[in-house]
Design a protein around this ligand. Structure first.
Ligand SMILES: [Zn+2]
Length: 162
């Protein structure tokens, strides 16, 4: 299962690279940061639909091409946007910080040779844990919460938006 998720991610990355080459514009990739190995639960799909709609709305004036992918890593939307990559990353981060589901929105902007803009490049603080609000990466490494706890919390957040 994990192999299939990784393969799916890799495939998506190649897709992103070919879009950058084809259009010579930044590619925004929106997906759900969903815990566990099943990335295609009803809740994950619902959250993705919400994210997809918002992204299409936010970038409506700049979308040159968009495509929805689905696979073992869950659904994702790729948007080729005719705008500065930094500008699009700012929009992405604002969404991640302000939307009720922002902590599980994963919106990356790729450009150039396929590098992506990190939050730290914009002087932003790292992503927060859905349970305790600490740095999500630190929480995960320390194993501070069980997978079930995180899944339950994320599903509850999503159901709150259904
Ligand atoms: Zn935590």
């Amino acid at each position: 299962m994990i192999d299939r998720i990784l393969r799916d991610r890799e495939q998506r990355y190649y897709e992103i690279l070919s879009l950058i080459t084809e259009y010579n514009m930044p590619v925004i990739c929106g997906k759900i940061n969903y815990p566990g190995n099943d990335k295609n639960t009803i809740e994950a799909k619902k959250a993705f639909q919400i994210l997809k709609q918002i992204l299409i709305e936010k970038f409506s004036n700049n979308i040159v091409y968009s495509k929805t992918l689905s696979g073992d890593d869950g659904s994702s939307i790729l948007i080729v946007a005719d705008m500065e990559s930094l500008e699009s990353k700012k929009i992405a981060i604002t969404l991640e910080l302000t939307h009720p589901l922002g902590r599980i929105f994963d919106i990356d902007v790729y450009f150039g040779d396929g590098e992506s803009i990190g939050r730290e490049n914009l002087g932003m603080e790292p992503r927060k844990c859905v349970l305790c609000g600490e740095n999500a990466r630190v929480c995960m490494r320390a194993g501070r919460h069980s997978l079930q706890e995180v899944v339950d919390k994320v599903n509850k957040m999503i159901r709150g938006c259904m």
